[in-house]
Write a protein that binds this ligand. Structure first.
Ligand SMILES: [Zn+2]
Length: 108
């Protein structure tokens, strides 16, 4: 399986759609279908219906929907630049910002 360049908790910028230009934090990565969930991006409103016999109130919940990784780019948290490259060091592939040289380690 090819690993994705984008990891959870990364900051990404959206390239397409109505949320184009927005940046957000990656909430979840789905390597199998190459999609990510980005906070406050592609938010859909879901109607939550109250179940009969329960006291919970129905209403509208907002939920992010997955966006293809090719539609987002990684943003450097240091300088805000969106051009990120790779550097191989030993066995590990590091992500670096092409502008300021900042390493972009995988956050936990
Ligand atoms: Zn940078």
């Amino acid at each position: 399986m090819q690993s994705l360049m984008i990891h959870r908790n990364d900051t990404v910028k959206v390239l397409t759609g109505s949320d184009r230009g927005k940046t957000g934090r990656v909430l979840r990565v789905n390597p199998d279908d190459r999609t990510v969930l980005v906070e406050h991006v592609r938010v859909v409103k879901k109607t939550v219906s109250s179940k009969r016999g329960q006291r919970t109130k129905g209403g509208i919940a907002e939920q992010e929907s997955p966006i293809n990784v090719s539609n987002v780019v990684l943003v450097c948290p240091n300088c805000g630049n969106a051009r990120v490259g790779h550097k191989t060091e030993g066995d590990s592939r590091l992500r670096i910002c092409k502008k300021c040289g900042q390493e972009l380690p995988k956050k936990k």
